[in-house]
Design a protein around this ligand. Structure first.
Ligand code: FE2
Length: 278
């Protein structure tokens, strides 16, 4: 599944790009399904924006209870001062999360494949459990910046054992907000932990050093490519100011051999399952 050279690169850099891992038709089918979910969804009064700006972050009930639901979060630039949509809803969604892989048959079929099971096994993650899925739209012109972070800040296990899988459903380039990552940054410690305490959350800073943004490298990829991210590798994406969307799908996989503390923001009523259903 992975050559020794690919595994070495993954361990050295904390990320690895696999060209053409997913069939392009499967990418298109996932995009079409996301379009159907958005079309069927009525926003109502619930207007939760997803932002990675800690000052503006709002962890409301809609977000906190989305761990085993399919919920829709808006781009910051899609709502006016009174919370009204300034564009059609299909252009306003920042992301859909966080249990698409469990609740929607099309997403489940994309997420639970023998190829992914073999890949994650090759990475050494024992008893993988699919904890979180996100459909990320990165909308044309308003797709928000995702600030530099480590995914292990937002999902933690003891001992730490987590891998992120980032599927490009469209080409991701410099102009439409591709991922950037710091090669080797996963070996420089965890900088912060996002902690849930009842119905509130906080960010515990463990290491206040600023990110070495000069060390970031762009990960431009094509539709169907897969980026594997170590839970500790620092990564970010700029705002999408281009007229092209940049849809992606992510899965965050933890090890069933680790403890999943209830200080994680994401909670589920049923246990997370593996790639082959169990
Ligand atoms: Fe991330």
């Amino acid at each position: 599944m992975l050559t020794p050279a690919q595994l070495d690169r993954y361990r050295r850099d904390g990320f690895l790009v696999l060209d053409g891992f997913v069939d392009r038709a499967a990418c298109d089918a996932l995009r079409a399904r996301a379009g159907e979910l958005i079309a069927a969804w009525e926003p109502g009064d619930q207007r939760t924006v997803f932002t990675t700006d800690e000052q503006a972050r709002k962890t409301d009930d809609y977000f906190l209870d989305s761990g085993d639901e399919i919920r829709f979060f808006f781009e910051e630039g899609a709502l006016d001062g009174d919370g009204r949509l300034t564009c059609p809803k299909e252009r306003a969604i920042n992301k859909i999360g966080h249990a698409l892989h469990d609740l929607d048959p099309v997403f489940e079929a994309f997420s639970r494949t023998p190829a992914l099971a073999a890949l994650v096994e090759a990475l050494g993650l024992a008893e993988p459990q699919l904890m979180q899925s996100m459909y990320i739209c990165k909308q044309p012109l308003i797709g928000g910046e995702v600030r530099c972070h480590q995914d292990s800040t937002y999902l933690h296990t003891e001992p730490e054992a987590m891998v992120g899988l980032w599927f490009a459903l469209e080409d991701a380039r410099l102009d439409n907000g591709c991922l950037w990552a710091i090669p080797g940054g996963h070996r420089d410690g965890l900088r912060a932990r996002f902690v849930r305490d009842g119905r509130t959350t906080r960010l515990d800073v463990l290491d206040p050093r600023p990110w070495d943004e000069a060390a970031l490298v762009p990960l431009e990829v094509h539709r169907g490519d897969l980026i594997i991210l170590d839970g500790r590798v620092p990564h970010m994406s700029h705002m999408n100011r281009s007229p092209a969307s940049r849809h992606a799908y992510t899965l965050h996989v933890v090890s069933g051999r680790s403890v999943y503390p209830d200080t994680n923001w994401l909670r589920r009523r049923s246990p997370a399952r593996g790639f082959l259903g169990g």
